[in-house]
Design a binder for this molecule. Structure first.
Ligand code: DX5
Ligand code: ZN
Length: 224
């Protein structure tokens, strides 16, 4: 297990467990990690900020028992600062919040950081990149949503790629650029060319039966 993923360079593949079979979550997690995945992406949805309800601390806690892999938790909830502590207690090592859910993104990032986790900020496709810039100094990770959040299996939106270039230019060497939504064999390279470091992949990894072959093919698109 990595102690500090932000000290590691190179492309990282993060399966989103939203597309896993929850009836056998531990073995699904084991399968993608044995298949070559780097870290895990966990999507928390409250049915309020997004029109779907996924899972919360109890499932994160159970998943934590199955692996020591790094947990990149994506909060699609209306009160991220209020729930961040429960997520960290359950096993989250990084908390990413949606800029649309907070008044002061820099303050929210600093509040979450006091919990001892790393912090990420994300924005919906329709949200201008300027909204996150005031918080850039206070985060470890910027997540560009390439679908409207709420569901896996949606179509990649290439119109968000210019945001990647704007953000990439402003990141410090210890910060990372992540993308989430519709990433698969035909879209991963385009995202990499826009400067993305970390790739969240749900349906394109969990739907095919051979996860090792799928992750290998995705990594080959990134140049191995
Ligand atoms: C969507 C989530 C994504 C999603 C990705 O709101 O934030 O992480 O699970 O799934 P795919 O890769 O299938 O688009
Ligand atoms: Zn996500």
């Amino acid at each position: 297990m990595t102690t500090n993923p932000f000290a590691e360079t190179g492309h990282k593949i993060l399966p989103s467990i939203l597309s896993a079979d929850f009836a056998k979550l531990a073995s699904e997690i084991g399968d993608v990690l044995a298949g070559g995945a780097d870290f895990l992406h966990l999507d928390v949805m409250d049915g309020h900020f997004v029109p779907n309800i996924s899972f919360g601390p109890p499932v994160i806690k159970s998943a934590r028992k199955a692996t020591q892999a790094f947990f990149d938790v994506h909060l699609m909830i209306s009160d991220p600062v209020g729930y961040a502590s429960a997520m960290v207690k359950a096993g989250a090592q990084s908390i990413t919040f949606q800029v649309e859910t907070v008044e002061d993104p820099a303050k929210a990032a600093q509040e979450i950081r006091t919990l001892g986790c790393t912090v990420g900020i994300t924005l919906n496709p329709a949200t201008p990149v300027e909204r996150i810039l005031p918080a850039l100094d206070h985060v470890n990770l910027v997540l560009i949503m390439s679908v409207v959040p709420g569901f896996g299996g949606q179509k990649f939106m290439p119109e968000v790629l210019p945001k990647c270039e704007v953000v990439k230019k402003r990141l410090r060497p210890d910060q990372r650029l992540e993308i989430d939504g519709g990433i698969h064999l035909d879209t991963i390279q385009t995202a990499a060319n826009a400067g993305v470091d970390w790739f969240v992949i749900g349906s394109a990894i969990f739907d095919p039966p051979d996860r090792r072959a799928t992750i290998g093919a995705l990594r080959a698109k990134l140049g191995g």
